[in-house]
Design a binder for this molecule. Structure first.
Ligand SMILES: Nc1ncnc2c1ncn2[C@@H]1O[C@H](COP(=O)(O)OP(=O)(O)OP(=O)(O)O)[C@@H](O)[C@H]1O
Ligand SMILES: [Mg+2]
Length: 392
């Protein structure tokens, strides 16, 4: 075995991972306490040994943590059996946490199920794989394709508490990890009256809370963050504890709870915006992005599924929803062909359908309000022609 990463025993210069084990075997007359007294600054464990101990502790905690029960994807998401049968002929399943074992706080973070959500089978399998294997995962792609809600709704169905955190160019490390804040405290003085004092208190950030209590942390709009700030996630994505140097002792080193997960979304894959649509996204650090074990581009839905989503969310008939999606397909084609400079997402189509209902079936007006009015005059003319052709 290589000596890389080992530490030196100050008694015989042997290279070892654990001084305690080495003393027991080769210097039984020297106790660990005595060794520490004689060589107070000498390390006792190599980094590898520390990692192994940490992993053992985490595995032990995992046994104690809410284990839930496994449920087939056919029941959980309504997928047809053939689409979720593995090569051994078994229907794939996923862990669903037991709500009765959660604290009220954990439960408050479990998202509500959206009954109209239509799960893309492949994307859902990838999301579940990342969650089950505890691998950091990034979904990226055009706006409104369902990246954030995919994570949210998978958590809703599997009862995972879900913490969504937006990133902006102004996001700082302290917003993520936690910071001292000033709060007022009331005490009763010797005069029997209430006295108000200003005291400082550490307010743990969303990452610290998610890691401590075992929630799914969704770093939303990841590519809006500054690369120097996003570096705070690197050790966390490697499964290491979060270290907040200035925090009080109970928040200084936060070991990841066995149920903690790290997922992210963005409009780009960190390599910069190639569409011209996503002002404010930053070109990111490749070493940071390399820590995502899973990266998946989320495309627009199949036309049929998108029509079902639009119909389900707005209550309009499939026939009308299909036409609205045809309009979107034309726009997306023109956008990728460079004829217009903007594209349309399911989010706008759902709004257009809702406005269309209110205006008594005036889909053209609905689409103008939800989308076309935002375009340049030339682009608006082009998309209005599509609308006229489809809706008259
Ligand atoms: N598969 C789906 N089933 C039902 N609704 C969906 C689906 N995908 C997206 N939607 C709806 O479309 C809208 C946009 O979804 P979402 O916010 O997840 O998109 P996003 O990809 O995260 O967008 P952005 O890049 O702007 O953050 C939401 O209202 C969501 O409910
Ligand atoms: Mg989103």
């Amino acid at each position: 075995m290589s000596d890389k990463g080992k530490i030196k025993c100050e008694l015989d210069s042997a290279l070892v991972h654990s001084i305690e084990l080495h003393l027991k075997k080769y210097h039984p007359s020297v106790s660990l306490e005595e060794y520490q007294r004689r060589f107070p600054s000498a390390p006792l464990l190599s980094e590898i040994a520390k990692d192994a101990i940490r992993k053992k502790r985490a595995d032990k905690e995992a046994e104690k943590a809410n284990a839930g029960a496994r449920q087939p994807l056919t029941d959980l998401f309504g997928f047809p059996a053939a689409s979720v049968t593995n090569s051994q002929g078994k229907i794939m399943d996923a862990r669903v946490y037991d709500r009765s074992e959660f604290s009220a706080d954990d439960l408050a973070w479990v998202p509500k199920i959206d009954p109209d959500y239509i799960f893309n089978i492949d994307l859902t399998k990838i999301a579940l794989m990342a969650l089950e294997l505890n691998k950091p995962a990034l979904f990226w792609g055009l706006h409104g394709t369902g990246k954030t809600t995919q994570w949210e709704q998978v958590c809703a169905r599997t009862n995972r508490p879900f913490q969504r955190v937006q990133h902006t160019v102004n996001t700082e490390e302290a917003h993520i990890t936690g910071q001292y804040i000033v709060v007022s405290e009331v005490t009763v003085g010797p005069d029997g009256k209430d006295h108000v004092h200003a005291v400082t208190k550490f307010n743990p950030g969303p990452l610290a809370l998610a890691m401590k209590y075992g929630w799914v942390y969704c770093a939303d709009e990841y590519d809006f963050g500054m690369p120097s700030v996003l570096a705070v996630y690197q050790p966390v994505m490697e499964g290491k504890p979060l270290i907040i140097k200035d925090a009080p002792p109970e928040w200084r080193v936060i070991e990841p709870h066995p149920n903690f997960r790290f997922v992210a979304t963005g409009n780009t894959n960190g390599g910069g915006d190639e569409t011209g649509l996503y002002q404010g996204t930053q070109i990111q650090n490749a070493a940071n992005y390399s820590r995502f074990a899973v990266t998946k581009q989320v495309p627009y839905m199949d036309a049929k599924i998108e029509a079902a989503v639009v119909a389900g969310k707005s209550g309009i008939r499939m026939q009308e929803a299909t036409k609205i999606v045809q309009y979107a397909t034309e726009i997306r084609k023109s956008f990728s062909g460079g004829q217009i400079s903007n594209t349309v997402s399911p989010r706008e189509l759902i709004n257009a359908a809702l406005f269309g209902v209110v205006t008594g079936g005036n889909w053209r007006e609905g689409l103008a309000l939800a989308f076309a009015n935002r375009l340049s005059p030339t682009d608006r003319e082009v998309v209005d022609q599509y609308a006229q052709r489809l809706f008259g």
